[in-house]
Design a binder for this molecule. Structure first.
Ligand code: GLA
Length: 718
């Protein structure tokens, strides 16, 4: 609900949150409150601030020094607000003064961003600010009766002469509180989303994926500000997650006056956008979340929100297929006979979908060639992909196929015909990574070419696509853009990616697309809009996965994470873990197998058959359940509880880490159950109340071996 008073005081109410701001007598948009839901307007705050500004207002005089001490919804450059600005626009005369003042508002039933992912539903306030020279800044605030978030974005309209946008933050949030911790998700390839929490700082903390052109393995587009004492279960947390998949930046600036400003969106470093008269530019959405139930509350608020309002409704709550993926099983080395055998075994063990990974197209026997042409390799598959698709469908399985749409190898026909279609700097050599170049997705012709190629193959009966992106951008130069638009490359590139994703989703509404970028290199809310699930990491080692999944779950639902059981010794770490541990860790996500199923013994096949049946029995908990993180793997134990929203059943899964000493047994307190209900532990038949499980907990048997694992299934007694 959105309440507006006196045409300038705005009270946005979500399910349990309120957000309040107003336009003062000078026309500055000033923040008042973001926190637990208020039933009345904090008028005492509004009046003090509103009247104070009005009294000083003489129409010409700016309240220069005061701005620096104010909480603003839009950071202004060169007006005496010395914090980092939210908008920077360079005019033809060289000036970059951006003095935006309140002009009015509209309430909208729907707010869509053209060509970019955006959340569905909610009520939106569009706040209009004007600056000299015909510039209008539109700030959007969307709230939802069923969610604890405020979704923000910003757009610039130009009615004047051409300007250059140097920065347009999606949001700016000022708080009178610089004592909060910061929590980021940092990592690398194969170790994505490690939680990094620091206590408060002075100055600017900046996280960004720089010129990579993707949100990256190194830092997720997420920043949380838990109050210093906030824990997993208690305390207040303000956090932001961008609905964006390109180079992003987020800053948290704590000033000498004790004010904290967070803002961000498209990374300003590699960004310049020319805006002609009559044009509009949209910054991506940012999801602001407030929780007074600690980090767990924050995560559940985001998870529920994404499933209700971001993920494609066709898939959001649908049971996802149990897949068998051949990548770690065969890498590039397979032929049609091998695939047919793998499909037969996949059927035998009870999988739903067989996914043919990299290597099915011409000249792809290693990672040095083949990307871009997308012609089936007749040496490996003499009867074409149709034969494999047919074999799957006849066996009652769905068929999935790997693509890396954004890339090209130099040995391909595509590259020979169109070397200019790969991003490259005219003054330098081409920067290769994994032996490949990045296609220029700023160029609509390139996107159209890739779409046609994919469409042709998907039409043959592909049910599932794994869309990979195995390198970042480096040459930020597009042959399709004029010199004065080269600062637009990284953002235009992402718009090209979104347009291809949208074309696929619209043309094939039942095609399930799994996102991937060398694992979790582009695991973000932007991708989640098109791809209901994303390959979380190339690291399939169960122990490493507990850290990766723990961090990724800070903002993304468990059904967004693909996780596969693979062989031991693990291909990434060489570690040996039990089959049970590998199953348990992967089974809290979208589940599958990443191995050569032909090599499984009869006994292993039986075991896997049982695992899949077991996964299916409890799968609803992954797609529909709420997640409670019970233990942090960094403390030596990973444990989660997934509970259906009606609290009728739950699954508690955990794995011990490295045994470093003869430690005491773990007491695991189970969150998320109904206090006054009795639950039957399926493994033991024991009956126990939710309250006892929460307060007294479960004493886990002491372990003397690394990576011991457990899973308990709880069903509420009627
Ligand atoms: C990336 C993906 C893997 C696999 C390979 C294929 O690394 O993350 O899962 O698809 O590419 O080349």
């Amino acid at each position: 609900m959105i309440q507006v008073f006196e045409d300038r005081i705005f009270h946005l109410q979500g399910k349990n949150v309120s957000y309040v701001f107003f336009a003062d007598g000078h026309g500055f948009l000033r923040h008042l409150y973001f926190g637990s839901k208020l039933c009345d307007l904090p008028v005492h705050l509004a009046q003090t601030a509103f009247l104070g500004a009005a009294v000083n207002f003489d129409g010409a005089q700016l309240p220069n020094d005061n701005l620096n001490a104010m909480l603003l919804e839009n950071g202004c450059a060169q007006l005496g607000d010395y914090r980092r600005p939210s908008v920077l626009v360079r005019r033809a005369n060289g000036s970059s003064l951006t003095d935006f003042r309140y002009e009015g508002y509209r309430l909208l039933d729907e707010h869509k961003l053209d060509g970019m992912p955006c959340v569905r539903g909610g009520k939106t306030a569009e706040i209009r600010l004007r600056a000299a020279g015909g510039l209008t800044l539109l700030l959007y605030y969307t709230v939802f009766d069923d969610s604890d978030v405020v979704v923000r974005s910003a757009s610039l309209l130009n009615d004047g002469e051409r300007v250059e946008i140097e920065k347009l933050s999606s949001f700016c949030l000022d708080l009178y509180d610089d004592s909060r911790d910061t929590l980021q998700l940092c990592g690398n390839w194969a170790s994505e989303c490690r939680v990094v929490r620091n206590s408060s700082h002075k100055g600017v903390l900046q996280i960004s994926s720089a010129g990579r052109g993707a949100t990256s393995h190194t830092t997720n587009a997420f920043l949380a500000l838990p109050e210093h004492n906030a824990t997993e279960t208690a305390g207040s947390v303000v956090a932001v997650n961008l609905v964006y998949s390109g180079s992003f930046g987020l800053t948290c600036e704590n000033t000498s006056l004790g004010i904290c400003r967070i803002q961000g969106g498209i990374d300003e470093e590699n960004f310049r956008w020319a805006l002609n008269g009559g044009e509009r530019f949209d910054a991506p959405q940012a999801v602001l979340v407030y929780s007074d139930g600690g980090l767990g509350g924050m995560s559940r608020a985001l998870h529920r929100f994404y499933l209700r309002h971001l993920v494609n409704p066709t898939f959001a709550y649908a049971p996802r297929p149990v897949v068998v993926n051949n990548w770690e099983g065969t890498y590039f080395n397979f032929d049609s006979a091998a695939l047919k055998e793998m499909i037969a075994v996949s059927k035998q063990i009870g999988a739903d979908t067989f996914v043919l990974d990299d290597g099915w197209f011409e000249n792809r026997n290693d990672d040095t060639n083949g990307l871009g042409d997308w012609n089936v390799d007749k040496a490996k598959l003499p009867c074409g992909i149709e034969e494999i698709i047919d074999c799957c469908h006849k066996a009652g399985l769905k068929f999935g196929l790997w693509f890396e749409p954004e890339m090209v190898n130099e040995g391909t026909t595509l590259f020979a015909l169109h070397p200019e279609w790969a991003l490259h700097n005219p003054d330098g050599g081409r920067v290769r990574a994994r032996n490949q170049l990045v296609l220029d997705f700023c160029n609509g012709e390139v996107v159209e070419y890739v779409f046609r190629k994919m469409e042709e193959i998907i039409k043959k009966g592909v049910d599932y696509v794994k869309w990979d992106m195995n390198r970042y951008l480096a040459d930020l130069y597009s042959a399709s853009l004029p010199a004065d638009r080269q600062g637009e490359v990284t953002h235009r590139y992402v718009l090209g990616v979104y347009s291809l994703a949208q074309k696929l989703v619209s043309t094939f509404p039942h095609l399930l697309i799994e996102g991937c970028s060398g694992g979790g290199g582009r695991f973000d809310a932007g991708m989640l809009y098109y791809f209901p699930q994303i390959w979380t990491s190339d690291n399939t080692d169960a122990y490493c996965r507990t850290f990766i999944q723990y961090g990724t779950s800070m903002c993304y639902p468990m059904s967004a994470m693909s996780a596969h059981y693979s062989v031991c010794p693990n291909h990434q770490t060489g570690r040996i873990t039990s089959s049970e541990a590998r199953f348990n860790v992967a089974s809290v996500c979208c589940f599958g197998y990443e191995l050569d199923v032909r090599k499984l013994t009869e006994e292993q096949r039986e075991e896997i058959k049982e695992q899949i049946a077991n996964y299916r029995r409890w799968q609803k908990l992954v797609t529909e359940g709420d997640l409670y993180r019970l233990a942090n793997p960094a403390d030596g134990l990973w444990a989660v509880c997934q509970v259906l929203p009606d609290k009728s059943c739950a699954r508690v899964v955990g794995m011990h880490g490295l045994i470093l000493e003869n430690a005491r047994p773990w007491l695991l307190k189970v969150q998320g159950l109904q206090d006054d209900a009795s639950y039957v532990v399926q493994e033991t038949g024991t009956e126990i109340t939710g309250k006892t499980l929460r307060c007294a907990g479960i004493l886990l048997p002491q372990v003397f071996r690394d990576f011991q694992t457990f899973a308990l299934h709880l069903v509420k007694k009627q």
